[in-house]
Design a protein around this ligand. Sequence first.
Ligand code: ADP
Length: 485
Amino acid sequence: LPSLLDDPSLLQTKAYVNGEWITGAEGEFEVTNPARGDVIAKVANLSRAQVAGAIDGAYLAQKDWAAWTAKERSTVMRKWFDLIMANQKDLATILTAEMGKPVTEAAGEIAYGASFIEFYAEEAKRIYGETIPGHQRDKRIMVMKQPIGVAASITPWNFPNAMITRKVAPALAAGCSFVARPASETPLSALALAVLAERAGIPAGVLNVLPSDSASEVGKEFCENPKVRKLTFTGSTQVGRILLGQAADQVMKCSMELGGNAPFIVFDDADLDAAVQGAIMCKFRNNGQTCVCANRIYVQAGVYDAFAAKLKDAVANMKVGDGLEDGTDLGPLITAKAIEKVQDHIADAKSKGAEVILGGGETLQGPGYFIEPTIVTGASRDMKFSTDETFGPLAPLFKFENEDDVIEMANDTIFGLASYFYAKDLSRVYKVAEALEYGIVGVNTGIISTEVAPFGGVKQSGLGREGSHHGIEDYLEMKYVCLSV
Ligand code: ADP
């Protein structure tokens, strides 16, 4: 891997704590390339005591960081953004090597991840308080916005860069310091970000990257340590519930970006070609491994067969392979377990009457975790993917007759992150957009992520929002000052 990089010093395997690169008291853990199955790095494995030590450093550093002017914080953050973009290619290579997505997609993630740093560097200067007309003649009321303190994150492997910058950028802009525990499958992208943060001049202790293969130990330390005032998590609803429970003891502020089960609805007045394009981007981006990927595709009866045929043609042309090779559309899945889940969902659907019209979930020539993309028709709500996110390249097509039915089916889930639909009729567009119980609705588009909009879910998909001017509020406290004059 180092030989593929223009700047091999971006490949760090030590932890970044209080401005120092340290080894792990628990030794090292291995990072594997999912396309080749080989070990690409051994990374510092921190103990719980080392995590606590990092929190101490972050706690001290935060006081000083918060005292910097907004413009000073903004300037180093902007520099960090510039350095990330200057090293986009190397960062994408590292990301693909540890996570598997095609390197062009990885480069897209680096730019997307960096955009949060750019945006919040600007937003740091716009943390406005408020004055409110007093309730008595001698009273003046002021509302201050202040940083919460030390923020801690636990993040997944599917976006090794962007899941971290989405959290770190608003936190640092607000004047919080940060301790990040990256997923143990993909710590290298996070450590590379820290290398560049250090170069940009982000002060020691303000950003710490803490690799550990014991997520539950780190999670406990984050929740139980009184110096941590904010927990931000992206991952499954199951783990989110555990962390919310643990955080309850300290009544810690939490942001949760949890699982989804996105419906993608194609009405009979849709532009079918655009809908197919949107479905491809939405379903197969990151090989189906995003929490906003379409999981259930509902197609109105009149266009069902035509949509299925067009989707089949488009997916049949997608090339599965090593993400570092040219022309790859779909990389490997992250683990053998991820493959089993997709295969289980296909087998379950077949046993309940679905028809496989493309693929079938065969694994492809190893050693990596490759699986062929699959489309099934005749999907029904008793099949596993109706309630459970497949997180892989399986597109199930449900047939529906009318608007009310599909809204009811789309909302029949504990999740409420992203949803999508294609339609032209304006009153239908309004009605369906209002009726979908989701934090995000894509209308005539399959791609909704951007740093300028609030990303987040309702129901059991989460708490809080990331991105936009709203996203920084998750890292700020309001203080009401009542002044008698
Ligand atoms: P995913 O399927 O995306 O990996 P998970 O919710 O299982 O979703 O994992 C998301 C992150 O949470 C990962 O970094 C994982 O290591 C971490 N994690 C898993 N279990 C726990 C736990 N009990 N406490 C804290 N973090 C956890």
